[in-house]
Design a protein around this ligand. Structure first.
Ligand SMILES: [Zn+2]
Length: 125
């Protein structure tokens, strides 16, 4: 079961793949998201994503928390997980590491730490 496009005007775009119904009474309906998807698999085209943003983005940002003060990069909040590949013995090996984008310091990271979305060295906002 594929997801329906969340574009509020998806059915208003006139394409043959949107037409449904008996001959003489065909109507355009909302598309399903399909192979080429946008906006985390919620829209069939960039147009539909933009239509949604125009109508709902302000409310969505307010709902999830509008940024009121600028954020600042500090050594305490600037660790990012990275992966680099090295080619040895004809196969690739992923090497995981933390990189502090503020200080450029690097620290090794295990694969399970890399894949653990809760594991972080960031201690400051
Ligand atoms: Zn759409």
């Amino acid at each position: 079961m594929s997801k329906l496009c969340q574009g509020p005007s998806c059915h208003m775009y006139d394409t043959t793949d949107r037409k449904r119904g008996p001959k003489g009474n065909k109507r355009n309906i909302t598309r399903s998201v399909g192979t080429y998807s946008y906006g985390s698999n919620n829209f069939c085209t960039l147009n539909c994503q933009n239509d949604w943003a125009k109508e709902y983005m302000d409310r969505a940002v307010d709902y999830f928390g509008r940024l009121r003060e600028p954020k600042a990069m500090t050594p305490e909040n600037s660790w990012t997980k990275r992966e680099r590949y090295s080619w040895q013995d004809e196969y690739t090996q992923g090497q995981y590491y933390y990189r502090n984008v503020c200080t450029n310091e690097e620290r090794p990271l295990t694969e399970s730490q890399y894949n653990d979305s809760t594991y972080t060295l960031n201690t400051g906002e």
